[in-house]
Design a protein. Structure first.
Length: 564
């Protein structure tokens, strides 16, 4: 006989960027009981809540699963870090807080690939529903959603931010007032998920306001082993808590929101996946689903760094005294340098003619340092994080045993495709051109990296292989698609093919990766999926115009646009 305390209507696995949204939205109905299981624990740490401390939780085993790739054959056999959040809020509690929706063309590509109904105009109402944009509502932005989106310190604390935007204009690119609205392409202010100087993760935005509900049970510090089935119907999950094996049952549905690494691992451990993977891991095959763990995509980036001739960079703020003063101001007023992720200007450009929408993203940082906070050198500097964001290469992940504690096999196959290699050559040259514009003359010192000697195709290829890093956006490993697509794990309602009462809702369901950071589209997907699960009437498509360059098919850059 089942314990009533372990019986729910819905079980959501993973309290991350998507899971917190689902738990909050599903539990809005007081007649249903929702359980939310999370492998990590509390997110109350100052290192999580203070935006400027973003590099710290990502480097703590307590908050990070710490996945790692196999030696990457096209990156000189380097192993690449693949951090994933293990805490309430998931990766939204350890990420860089950059808020990017992705271009309309990226979302439209989902529908073209077979995910019926997942186009930009259908998804736009959910982008608006999820957010409170600091500048208020318009045809593209929302003003009453749970997720607060702002512009940090509004570029007021460092002159380098605006100089970077001016350099883009001088290089012949447009400016954009709102890259999450009408026009992504161009140079402008960066947006971030921060509210009142505090990281606004999905735990803060969605879960905490809902946590008092009697019909929502949050179960932290649990490791989900596998799904429980009755025939072809998912009826619950088996999990480990405090060293004990436990079970929880769902009368309606089980929803996997364990992320692009975690969700396919649970599916595979439960016997849903490629037969060869399941056989090698000694897992009984329940349903042969060859797409589970395949189609893995990610963004790569490099740090393009210069010495700064003026004493204005963040490198001057890395000492203990400066850090203490920044921290004290944040604790007292939630303001100052502690209240921002420091990426306050940005750009989205196309690396070549023939692309309708941008494929390269810039995060500008008025300091020269690594993502983990270590300074690159003694003295002042600045950098852009830059990389092509529409990779052609595809990887995969696979469990290596039926032990839920075992790390998976992960192979991204970065730069496997020749177009990805060419995109990097173009990106390095275009970036050097942008940063060499007159707007940067008063600040620009020597090029630290790549370095003036990195000019030929061969030199660029070698430097990229040795220096490129993941932007930490793994996705697409349990994609949605049409019934005729054997690699589509899910249908357009996020239901797992081959079994009943089981869905996946997180960044693994993307058919293809979007241009930009993935937290925004992941939350949007969860908002829309919540309505689908509840059987709500979906809002009508919105007729919002989108800017594209008028001569996109013949020119790499243009200040003139037409509407899509």
């Amino acid at each position: 006989m089942r314990n009533p305390e372990s019986q729910f209507d819905y079980i959501v696995v993973g309290a991350g960027s998507a899971g917190c949204v689902l738990a909050a939205r599903l539990s809005e109905d007081p007649s249903v009981n929702v359980a939310l299981l999370e492998a990590g624990g509390s997110d109350k740490s100052i290192y999580i809540q203070m935006p400027t401390a973003l590099s710290i939780p990502m480097n703590m085993d307590k908050y990070n699963w710490g996945f790692e790739s196999q030696p990457e054959p096209h990156l000189d056999n380097r192993r690449m870090d693949c951090p994933r959040g293990k805490v309430l809020g998931g990766s939204s509690s350890i990420n860089g807080m950059v808020f990017v929706r992705g271009h309309a063309c990226d979302i439209n590509a989902w529908e073209r690939s077979g995910a019926a109904g997942w186009n930009y105009q259908s998804c736009l109402p959910y982008y608006k529903k999820m957010e409170t944009w600091i500048e208020g509502a318009d045809d593209y932005r929302g003003d009453s959603g749970p997720l607060a989106v702002c512009t940090g310190n509004d570029m007021k604390l460092n002159p380098l931010y605006k100089s970077f935007i001016q350099a883009g204009v001088q290089a012949g690119y447009p400016t954009t007032r709102d890259y999450n609205g009408y026009q992504q392409e161009g140079f402008g202010q960066m947006h971030m998920s921060v509210k009142g100087g505090v990281r606004w993760s999905t735990a803060n935005a969605y879960l905490k306001p809902a946590s008092h509900r009697s019909n929502l049970t949050i179960i932290p510090n649990t490791l989900v082993d596998q799904l429980i089935f009755d025939g072809e119907r998912a009826i619950g999950v088996r999990y480990i808590s405090a060293g004990r094996q436990m079970k929880a049952f769902a009368d309606a549905e089980v929803i996997l929101s364990a992320g692009s690494i975690g969700s396919p691992m649970v599916l595979q451990r439960s016997g849903i996946g490629p037969v060869n993977v399941l056989n090698d891991a000694k897992v009984n095959v329940r349903f042969d689903s060859p797409g589970v763990g395949e189609n893995l995509q990610d963004h790569l980036e490099v740090y393009f760094q210069y010495r700064c001739k003026q004493p204005v960079s963040l490198n001057r703020k890395l000492g203990l005294v400066s850090k203490g003063m920044i921290g004290a101001q944040w604790l007292i007023s939630k303001s100052g340098l502690g209240a921002t992720n420091h990426f306050e200007s940005c750009a989205f450009i196309r690396s070549r003619a023939g692309l309708q929408s941008p494929n390269v993203q810039y995060h500008f940082l008025p300091g020269a340092m690594r993502y983990d906070g270590r300074a690159a050198f003694a003295g002042d500097g600045y950098q852009v994080h830059v990389g092509p964001n529409n990779p052609w290469s595809r990887g995969k992940l696979a469990i290596t045993s039926n032990d839920p504690r075992a790390k998976p096999f992960i192979q991204f196959n970065y730069l496997q495709q020749s177009q990805d290699v060419q995109d990097w050559r173009d990106t390095i040259r275009l970036t050097r051109e942008i940063l060499g514009q007159p707007a940067m003359d008063d600040f620009r010192g020597d090029e630290i990296q790549p370095g003036d000697d990195i000019e030929s195709d061969e030199a660029i290829d070698r430097w990229v292989r040795q220096n490129v890093e993941s932007a930490y956006h793994p996705s697409c490993t349990a994609k949605m698609g049409g019934e005729g697509d054997s690699m589509a794990v899910l249908d357009e309602q996020c239901r797992v093919r081959g079994v009943a009462n089981l869905r996946v809702v997180d960044s693994s369901i993307f058919p293809s990766i979007t241009n930009g950071n993935l937290n925004g589209p992941t939350i949007m997907v969860a908002e829309r999926a919540a309505d689908i699960i509840k059987g709500s009437v979906l809002p009508a498509e919105q007729n919002a115009k989108v800017w594209i360059a008028e001569d996109w098919d013949s020119k790499q850059r243009s200040m003139a646009g037409i509407e899509l």
